[in-house]
Design a binder for this molecule. Structure first.
Ligand SMILES: Cc1ncc(COP(=O)(O)O)c(C=O)c1O
Length: 353
């Protein structure tokens, strides 16, 4: 078993037993303070309006740095489905979309909702996705990390095969950005909500996209916040920002104020170090359960009694019909793993398939 390291990351207040980042991530202390401060300012009517607005741009820049890009290539929004909807709604009539079976609804539904424009979505078993990409594919839509079992998609191959076939790639990185060290700029669009591994509040989402795709996306949700210089509050003509900001929607002020702090903490630690930490803990749990090592901080434990046993041990995780999903992030340490192993020690567990 790897050596023990039971200290807490200084950015978080030291909460034990929270193994559910795949549902939502916990805020660093600085983000909690920012959110509380925002509520006070709101209640007092003392809004530093300029700061509320610049929080979105600063968070955008921090996110861009986290994935190795530039803020001008990143649009902001509120959810994966809302940002995916911009792309789906801009596809030419009759476009052919390919997705893995069981893909998360927020990525899938925006394309399915275009059926009246003869846009088709072909769903194939996840392990056959690469083989299914061909000249009849216009778009491949796929999660980088599956929320159901934590498996990481073959990202490099996906980008290469799709490019060779002339298909665009739209990747949902909601379970990946914040821990997975990947070359995100291989894809045409990478979309993520920030409330999981990015430790931000709900209401913060990003879409990093190529200039080619940006040229084709219709800014159907644009308002004053997407306008050129953010100066156009009323009347036409339509004058939008020249870069990805043209796809922004008006920001959820409170959330972005806290998001800026969360992203700052994550960037200071760095994604490679976060991946190392998260995988070390997840693989410590796997080792204790006799499961093979994997590159994912999400661990599925199968067994009828699993969820109840973890609940009794005050471990927060996501129950499954016959098991549980546990996930590890920067604010967890070995004590969390060992508490889970103790809780599961006497149970009949099924072999991991
Ligand atoms: C893979 C994946 N995509 C997206 C989301 C969230 O989507 P949205 O921001 O549309 O609620 C989740 C979890 O809630 C998820 O697991």
């Amino acid at each position: 078993m790897p050596s023990t390291q039971r200290t807490d990351h200084e950015g978080w207040p030291g909460i034990r037993g929270y193994l559910d980042t795949a549902a939502y991530g916990l805020p660093p202390t600085a983000a909690t303070h920012a959110m509380r401060g925002w509520v006070d300012q709101w209640a007092e009517g003392s809004a530093p309006f300029a700061d509320w607005l610049s929080a979105t741009d600063q968070a955008r820049g921090l996110f861009a740095s986290l994935i190795g890009g530039d803020g001008g290539e990143v649009a902001t929004g509120t959810s994966v489905s809302q940002l995916t909807g911009l792309i789906a709604g801009s596809l030419p009539d009759g476009s052919r979309v390919l997705a893995p079976e069981g893909e998360f609804a927020s990525l899938l539904f925006p394309f399915l909702a275009q059926a009246d424009r003869r846009i088709t979505v072909r769903e194939v078993p996840r392990d056959r996705l690469l083989d299914a990409i061909g000249s009849d594919t216009d778009v491949v839509a796929c999660s980088a990390v599956s929320s159901s079992d934590g498996q990481v998609a073959p990202l490099r191959e996906l980008a290469d095969v799709a490019r060779a076939a002339g298909a665009r790639t739209v990747v949902d990185a909601a379970q990946a950005c914040g821990w997975l060290d990947a070359d995100w700029w291989r894809f045409d669009a990478v979309i993520t909500s920030a409330f999981k591994w990015l430790s931000c509040p709900r209401g913060v989402a990003f879409m990093a996209l190529s200039q080619e795709l940006l040229n084709d996306v219709r800014p159907t949700a644009a308002g004053w916040f997407a306008s050129d210089e953010r100066q156009q509050y009323s009347g036409g003509p339509l004058r939008l920002a020249g870069d990805a900001r043209r796809l922004d929607i008006s920001p959820v002020w409170s959330s972005w104020t806290a998001a800026r702090e969360s992203l700052n903490v994550l960037l200071t630690v760095g994604v490679p170090a976060i991946e190392h930490h998260d995988l070390r803990l997840a693989n410590r749990l796997r080792a204790g359960l006799g499961h093979p090592t994997q590159r994912s901080p999400i661990v599925i434990v199968d067994g009828e009694e699993v969820a109840a046993a973890l609940h009794r041990a005050a471990i927060v995780c996501s129950p499954r019909p016959a098991g549980a999903r546990l996930s590890f992030h920067l604010y967890n340490n070995e004590d969390d793993v060992d508490r889970a192993l103790d809780a599961l020690a006497d149970l009949e567990l099924r072999e991991q398939s």
